[in-house]
Design a binder for this molecule. Structure first.
Ligand code: NAP
Length: 257
């Protein structure tokens, strides 16, 4: 199947590593052009060099109100001001229990998950051509709370609601979907495993083994397995798919539907 991504122009958040990088890699492999966004410019430059001429680094902190102007300038310089899609993705919010987290931690989590993305969408949606697609990277916390990740449990369902709302408001010109990762082998998940292991007095390897056993597939996902689903949802091949809250989780979520 031809995904129809050749020559399409995307902004991909959280693109220096993990799931964002995996989506960006897949888009480029399918002939798309990508602006890679995350904070560490050196890491982005290394990814861009690996991906070749269709990938351009654009260092920006999505939580910073100045980010949309930086990204708009890069869209102007790289794509001539127009766009075919956006991956809304950055680092995860801090772990912890709802009543233990401070106001500052809650507000910082809001800025990364909702405030920054809203500002970015306000700036970028007017630059999108007909048939463009937006993809939010969320978490299976939108269906089942994850122990000790309460910022995600509370705020990610709001992100999913935003995706659904925009899918209806921007239809039929722009498609909007979300994709919830279960447990993928990335720096984020390795660091969560290390924190849990330290709290429980086990090793990160034991923690990973325990977590993998709870997944019906018996293993963590590989980022490339996420990247392929993301690229499909962003592609013209998914032209009638909008408002979908999809999972890539090895059957981990037990909730219906
Ligand atoms: N991996 C999983 O299994 C899993 C499961 C559930 C949910 N998620 C969620 O999916 C998202 C991606 O996860 P991941 O595993 O790929 O994480 P990751 O490996 O830690 O990568 C996060 C990426 O986001 C960038 N980033 C972080 N904060 C940013 C900011 N304020 N502005 C712009 N870029 C920022 C990071 O680069 P810089 O640090 O250089 O900015 C990096 O490129 C996260 O929100 C995570 O919570 C992941």
């Amino acid at each position: 199947m031809n995904l129809g991504l050749n020559g399409k122009r995307f902004v991909v958040g959280g693109a220096s590593k993990g799931l964002g990088r995996a989506i960006a890699t897949c888009l480029v492999e399918e002939g798309a052009r990508v602006l890679l966004v995350s904070r560490d410019g050196e890491a982005l430059a290394a990814v861009a060099a690996e991906l070749g001429g269709n990938a351009t680094p654009c260092p920006a902190d999505v939580a910073d109100p100045a980010a949309p102007a930086t990204i708009l300038a890069a869209i102007e310089a790289t794509f001539g001001g127009r766009l075919d899609g956006l991956v809304v993705n950055a680092g995860g919010p801090p772990g912890g229990k709802a009543l233990d987290l401070s106001d500052e931690q809650w507000l910082a989590s809001y800025q990364v998950l909702l405030g920054g993305p809203l500002r970015l969408l306000r700036a970028l949606v007017p630059r999108m051509d007909d048939g463009a697609a937006i993809l939010f990277v969320t978490s299976t916390s939108v269906r089942q709370p994850i122990p000790n990740l309460d910022t995600s449990n509370v705020l990610r369902p709001g992100v999913t609601a935003l995706a659904k709302t925009l899918a209806r408001e921007l239809a039929p010109r722009i498609r909007v979907n979300s994709l919830a990762p279960g447990r993928f082998d990335t720096d984020r998940v390795r660091s969560l495993d290390e924190q849990r292991a330290a709290a429980l007095g086990t090793t990160p390897e034991e923690q990973k083994e325990q977590s993998a056993k709870a997944i019906p597939f018996g293993r963590y996902g590989e980022p490339a397995e996420f990247g392929r689903v993301g690229a499909f949802l962003l592609s013209p091949a998914a032209s009638y798919v909008s408002g979908l809250a999809a999972h890539a989780d090895g059957a981990a979520v037990a909730a219906l539907p």
